[in-house]
Design a protein around this ligand. Structure first.
Ligand SMILES: CC(C)(COP(=O)(O)OP(=O)(O)OC[C@H]1O[C@@H](n2cnc3c(N)ncnc32)[C@H](O)[C@@H]1OP(=O)(O)O)[C@@H](O)C(=O)NCCC(=O)NCCS
Length: 311
């Protein structure tokens, strides 16, 4: 049974509010409101997970001006705890059990880390904070190995990034297989879920995505863009081959997107072998986009479940 940590969040809200009133009298009263947190939820739509409503950004800037980094951290903790406390009724719109249980894990982690994260963590320049905020808003859905953005689409420019074959491949896939470029679920990696970055962890993640797809028939499928979908990666580090094989062997397509600084940093930062090959000019980290149409993913999930895999 899933139990969101509502009472823990409620007690933290009381403690943080009292601390804020004590340390920065008069500031919170004018700048924290249910309207602002409601807007954080209501504005979850297409766009980046770190895009935040203007009114919220303005309130945060004002808090920082009046109470500094420590006050800003308290304010952001209050927002996270409030969103978690309110999540129960939002979850009633329907979440598969396999995903609700991941929310529970993430909410407990987020609240527990209030005591251990430094003030600097709770700023909108920090990607990990933005991910936590997006989970609490409902914009990013925790699925284990990956976080999934529920409002995304595949850029049409994918068609023009690698010559005529890719153009034809993109046209075929998005007309014949998926029936459009959006809405799609989009995957994002969170390094804190590193332990689930295994073939089994990814399969279980796909099962959770399949559960979400079942409940949301308008979603056309799943996609993600990364250096690890590059066919070259498997030649250098065969242990990452599973990332391409599972979707490709079950109807997905992979399209070349191109290289950039993030691809180079991410691909070479953790592996001596990839770094050496890059430095010798034998490997250029390059992003590829993997896209898996809903019917194909659901077919794989049905088969995997029949073989005993559980989310
Ligand atoms: C993606 C990521 C989690 C994969 O990690 P991984 O499963 O350990 O796979 P890697 O190939 O990166 O492994 C790194 C090193 O650990 C070694 N390794 C991996 N699994 C191992 C295992 N089970 N036993 C022993 N060594 C292992 C690898 O051999 C490699 O070292 P080498 O290439 O010098 O030989 C990791 O590369 C990472 O954190 N990257 C940065 C984040 C990122 O890419 N973000 C972008 C998202 S689009």
């Amino acid at each position: 049974m899933v139990e969101f940590p509502i009472s823990q969040a409620a007690s933290l809200i009381r403690g943080i509010s009292a601390q804020f009133a004590r340390e920065y009298p008069g500031v919170m009263e004018s700048l924290f409101s249910e309207r602002l947190t409601a807007e954080l939820v209501a504005t979850c739509t297409y766009g980046g997970y770190s895009d935040l409503p203007g009114a919220f950004r303005a309130a945060c800037a004002e808090i920082e001006r009046k109470s500094g980094l420590a006050g800003m951290a308290l304010y952001h903790k209050l927002v996270l705890a409030t969103l978690i406390a309110d999540f129960g009724w939002r979850a009633q719109k329907g979440l598969p059990l396999s995903v609700a249980s991941q929310y529970e894990v993430e909410f407990r982690r987020i609240l527990e880390q209030f005591d251990t994260n430094p003030h600097e963590f709770y700023t909108q320049e920090n990607d990990l904070f933005n991910k936590d905020l997006a989970i609490c808003r409902g914009k990013l859905i925790p699925c284990g190995a990956e976080l999934v953005d529920e409002f995304s689409g595949v850029p049409r420019s994918t068609a023009f990034r690698d010559g005529i074959n890719q153009l034809l491949g993109v046209l075929w896939f998005f007309t014949a297989r998926s029936g459009g470029f959006r809405p799609f679920y989009e995957m994002h990696m969170d390094p804190r879920s590193r332990r689930q970055f295994t073939p089994e962890g990814w399969d279980r993640c796909y099962l959770r995505v399949a559960d979400l797809l079942e409940m949301n028939p308008q979603i056309k499928g799943l996609f993600g863009s990364s250096w690890w979908y590059d066919p070259r990666v498997e030649e250098i580090t065969p242990n990452l081959g599973f990332l391409r094989h599972r979707p490709l062997q079950n109807g997905a397509c992979i399209f070349r997107m191109g290289s950039d600084g993030a691809a180079i940093g991410n691909a070479t930062g953790h592996s001596r072998r990839r770094r050496e090959q890059y430095e010798k000019g034998e490997y250029m980290p390059t992003n590829y986009l993997m896209v898996w149409a809903r019917e194909d993913l659901l077919r794989w999930a049905k088969q995997a479940r029949a073989e005993g895999l559980q989310a």
